[in-house]
Design a protein around this ligand. Sequence first.
Ligand SMILES: C[S@@+](CC[C@H](N)C(=O)[O-])C[C@H]1O[C@@H](n2cnc3c(N)ncnc32)[C@H](O)[C@@H]1O
Length: 257
Amino acid sequence: MRDVAAAGASTGPRVLPRNDPRQYDDLAGEWWRPDGAFAMLHWLAEARAALVPPATRAGAVLVDLGCGAGLLAPHLAGRGYRHVGVDLTRSALVQAAEHGVSVIQGDATAVPLPDGCADVVSAGELLEHVPDWPRAVAEACRLLRPGGVLVLDTLNDTALARLVAVRIAERLPTVPRGIHDPRLFVDARALVAECARHGVDLRLRGIRPQVGGVLAWLLRRARAAGTPGTVPAGRAPRIVPTRSTAVLYQGRGVRKG
Ligand SMILES: C[S@@+](CC[C@H](N)C(=O)[O-])C[C@H]1O[C@@H](n2cnc3c(N)ncnc32)[C@H](O)[C@@H]1O
């Protein structure tokens, strides 16, 4: 597998290593395009938000680690949280702030927030981008107050995930080439064990995009090609549960008191 990838939709191609965070700067114009390179992140954000309980107290805080451009924000509307986003990428944080997120530029492995400050911590499509993912998990658990909820989704460290999420998906318009380094994919059992070490009993379930919805979306997208800015009409593909966690999986757990 090549270790470098051409990234760059808006500023022209430049060659960056796999998982280089500068790819998010080159792709900054894609975040909020429902038919763009980050389309699947929108579908995943909706599915992740479904795991977030309504806030149970005034002033409740949801810390969104690796928040990107804040795609979770519309799905949290009316849930009663102050949405705090932490990310390395400034160009993404600017857009997150425009969507009501209180942003902090920082590393998920050393978050500049106090212990127990969060009612909910979200880590959506983050851990598979962090070379020291156990450190990011430790931070997520540290931020949670007792009884707080951790929600996440990531890619498993399996041959099937490498095939599906890199070799196949990077040929589709739903995943930018080179955005993943498969060497960073997150072993599901190790993740559960790491969360347990930090007082969070994480429960997992496999997820995948609904095939019919993706095919309909690809068709709408193809039909809309040639009319730039056209948003494909119709519902975005749903993320549905699947029996296997071998590729993409969600986790939800509660921090012990
Ligand atoms: C695939 S995107 C997911 C964004 C967002 N969670 C979503 O689902 O729309 C990964 C994000 O993680 C950020 N990221 C990668 N490594 C990070 C780190 N160590 N600390 C904080 N953010 C990081 C990137 O800048 C990028 O915005």
